[in-house]
Design a protein around this ligand. Structure first.
Ligand SMILES: C[S@@+](CC[C@H](N)C(=O)[O-])C[C@H]1O[C@@H](n2cnc3c(N)ncnc32)[C@H](O)[C@@H]1O
Ligand SMILES: [Zn+2]
Length: 283
């Protein structure tokens, strides 16, 4: 039986600390949460689900897994882990990947920490069960949760670093999780991200800046550091272009004419333009 480390986990119903049982995590008030055979714990109460299958579908998750495994975003993982090492305290840290998808980045974080001889508590959570199942397949050693950024089921003031890549940050909930001095690392698309694909699927390309962080500031965060990573990928083949479309919101936004144009492509090199922002709490 897979042992899920119950470190820093909270009951999603009452916030009490969860402890490890044989096949469950339990809170002192008697709520219990089964450890699924894949190795994750579902801490998303049914009443908090806004749809029957929230978050990314199996098809999107599989497309993202294939695309990331091909290494096109490896430089993003490398920049992420370099910034992570700079942001961690000397003590054994707790890192949460909020909206971890199929676990590519937290797995890279784990590899880099191990290579640096550092122990850590690593928790990946996502609202989409198919994503969390894929994350368990990628690395069963980490703690994977089906949970929501709205109610992450993590004890207050226990987390050193929250990662949120191309995700849906909920700043007040993130603020509650962080220890004093803790950091939030946001990774978002910049104006030129995937430009060549957008030029194919949209009649007109809008170059939007990364999402504003005013809501983060309202929750007491301040910007500590900001970096841009730009590079060109190797050429994607026809299947990889289809996977990239499946894993992004562009699939829903593009017109059928745009999608047909993308389907005719046999090869495409892409600009990656990604913004890394490190936020801290002004206590
Ligand atoms: C664009 S994907 C990014 C996944 C991963 N961070 C990556 O970069 O590969 C966004 C992820 O956020 C998840 N998600 C959406 N709403 C969420 C919420 N309220 N709480 C947690 N995860 C959520 C989706 O299921 C999806 O896996
Ligand atoms: Zn409880």
């Amino acid at each position: 039986m897979h042992k899920v480390k119950a470190v820093n986990l909270a009951c999603p119903l009452d916030g009490l600390p969860l402890t490890q049982g044989e096949r469950q995590l339990c809170c002192p008030a008697g709520h219990s949460f089964d450890i699924a055979r894949h190795g994750y714990v579902n801490l998303l109460p049914v009443q908090n689900k806004k749809s029957r299958e929230p978050g990314d579908s199996t098809e999107m998750v599989e497309a993202r897994r294939r695309f990331l495994n091909a290494g096109f975003y490896r430089p993003i993982a490398d920049q992420l882990t370099a910034l992570m090492l700079q942001s961690l305290p000397d003590t054994e840290p707790c890192i949460v990947d909020a909206g971890c998808g199929e676990g590519y980045y937290l797995d890279q974080v784990n590899r880099v920490l191990a290579a640096n001889g550092r122990d850590a508590t690593l928790i990946g959570l996502d609202i989409a069960k198919p994503a969390v199942i894929a994350a368990c397949r990628r690395n069963r050693q980490l703690t994977w949760l089906v949970a929501s950024n709205n109610n992450p089921a993590i004890m207050p003031k226990t987390v050193d670093l929250i990662l949120c890549l191309f995700g849906f940050p909920v700043y007040p909930a993130f603020a509650r999780m962080l220890k004093p001095g803790g950091r939030l690392l946001l990774v978002d698309a910049g104006p030129d991200h995937l430009l060549e694909l957008r030029e194919v699927i949209y009649p007109e390309v809008r170059k939007s800046p990364p999402p504003a962080i005013d809501k983060a500031q309202q929750a007491g965060f301040k910007l500590v550091d900001s970096r841009t990573l730009r590079y060109h990928t190797a050429a994607l083949n026809h299947e990889q272009i289809a996977d990239l479309l499946r894993m992004t919101p562009h699939l829903y936004r593009a017109s059928s004419v745009g999608k047909e144009a993308a389907a005719r492509l046999s090869s495409l090199r892409l600009t990656v333009d990604v913004v890394f922002r490190i936020l801290g709490r002004s206590e």
